[in-house]
Design a protein around this ligand. Structure first.
Ligand code: ADP
Ligand code: ASP
Ligand code: MG
Length: 406
């Protein structure tokens, strides 16, 4: 019997009618002869509301307590989903992250999955039940409740699909697939029928919020095909899968923008072995997730190192900056807050030239100043002023003809 994992995001379970609609989809899959695992997010904007509520109580709530609070959102929706399925005459059971044995490390608010025991899920599936799992949450080895980062119900879903050997993981959301860029920022964005794991991983890491990036890592590692589709229609969505040769003909597949970043710059560091290692040891100690790192040597031979982090890590990032500046007598520390990053992504870049030139020209024509540039084999990113983000995104979307069929 095939097994399918269906994940429903916040908008797809925002009210009773939508919960019933999602329940009907799961029941249909079950009646078609599949074992069904549902992964469900908190209803609508519940997580945002809970974070705001915590903010009314404390300007710096302990992350353990924040996780305790936020995981209640998913607990509401899984129980309601199980009720909806029961009400329609089918058997279902809701389970929390702890109950399914989803074990993470102990880093509250951005924990990483270490293992999923899954015996309980298998038992319930064998008993013919639809299993409804709370996304975004787990427990650490001591039983403390953790969360996996904003948007991480996708990761719960794909990781479960991998562990259970599901052929397919369906991600039901409020868009009908992955677009060349966020359709809310560029109405001319076009739906992509198939995209490689590598491209989707880059796009997701670079700000395409439609998928959580760690979900794509699991998908690639464990060969789970991911189908991103609308919970409001039956239209075919986007298949995220292994790269096929024809994908290489498309030079740029998509563009993304990430706002709410901070760039830290340390000027006048010693240009000698071990300095960068020491700097990033401090970064790791504070559990700061670093985006891009750039190091240059100035005319006097001193090193300047800059790195970007998400604004959520601003306070810890500043601590790192202070520690390092003191240890190495940095001449200057700069905190550019906030900055944005605009990027283009495509596996075809590996074998085509002129992509950087085209991107920089498009930004120049749009009068967008570039603060820093970073590249990988399949992406080019520019750090820019957040006020320029939409204009920059639209300019590069047009420059690479992303609105036109490839
Ligand atoms: P869910 O709550 O279902 O997880 P999200 O809000 O996390 O939904 O993701 C869906 C949203 O992602 C869309 O509404 C869209 O605005 C945004 N998005 C960003 N980049 C893209 C993209 N490249 N393609 C499609 N949607 C995107
Ligand atoms: N509810 C969580 C969030 O809003 C997880 C998710 O929706 O994926 O970030
Ligand atoms: Mg999401």
């Amino acid at each position: 019997m095939d097994l399918i994992v269906m994940k429903f995001g916040g908008t797809s379970v925002a009210d009773a009618e939508r919960i019933r609609r999602a329940a009907r989809r799961a029941i249909k899959a079950k009646l078609d002869g599949q074992k069904v695992v549902m992964v469900v997010s908190a209803m609508g904007k519940t997580t945002d509301h809970l974070i705001a509520l915590a903010g009314e109580i404390s300007s710096d709530p302990p992350r353990r307590e924040l996780d305790m609070l936020l995981t209640t959102g998913e607990q509401v929706s899984i129980s309601l989903m199980a009720m909806a399925i029961n009400d329609a005459g089918h058997e279902a059971i809701s389970l929390t992250g702890g109950q399914i044995g989803l074990i993470t490390d102990a880093v509250h608010s951005k924990a990483r999955i270490q293992e999923i025991q899954a015996d309980r899920i298998r038992k319930e599936l064998d008993n013919g039940k639809i299993v409804i799992v709370a996304g975004f949450q787990g427990i650490d080895s001591t039983g403390e409740i953790t969360t996996l980062g904003r948007g991480a119900s996708d990761t719960t879903a794909v990781a479960l699909a991998a562990v259970l050997g599901a052929k397919l993981c369906e991600i039901y959301t409020d868009v009908d697939g992955v677009y060349t860029t966020d359709p809310r920022m560029e109405p001319k964005a076009r739906k992509i029928a198939r995209i490689s794991y590598d491209e989707m991983l880059e796009l997701a890491s670079l700000g395409a919020g439609v998928m959580h990036s760690r979900a794509i890592e699991f998908g690639k590692k464990y060969n789970v095909n991911i189908h991103v589709r609308s919970s409001f229609s039956d239209t075919e969505g986007t298949l995220i899968t292994h790269e096929v040769e024809q994908m290489e003909h498309i030079v740029v597949s998509g563009a993304a923008v990430k706002k709410d970043l901070v760039q830290f710059v340390l000027v006048g560091l010693p240009n000698e072995p071990g300095v960068a290692a020491e700097l990033f040891a401090h970064v790791a100690k504070h559990n700061v997730v670093v985006d891009d790192i750039i190091q240059t040597i100035d005319e006097k031979g001193a090193a300047s190192t800059s790195f970007t982090v998400e604004r959520g890590d601003l306070a810890e990032g500043k601590l790192v900056l202070q520690e390092i500046a003191k240890q190495f007598n940095a001449t200057r520390v700069v905190c550019n807050d906030p900055v944005a990053k605009v990027s283009v992504v495509g596996v075809g870049m590996r074998s085509h030239t002129g992509v950087a030139q085209k991107m920089f020209s498009a930004l120049a024509e749009a009068e967008v100043n570039i603060i820093a540039i970073t590249t990988s084999e399949i992406k080019i990113s520019c750090i820019i002023d957040p006020g320029d983000a939409v204009k920059a995104l639209q300019a590069i979307h047009a420059a690479f003809d992303l609105d036109k069929e490839a």
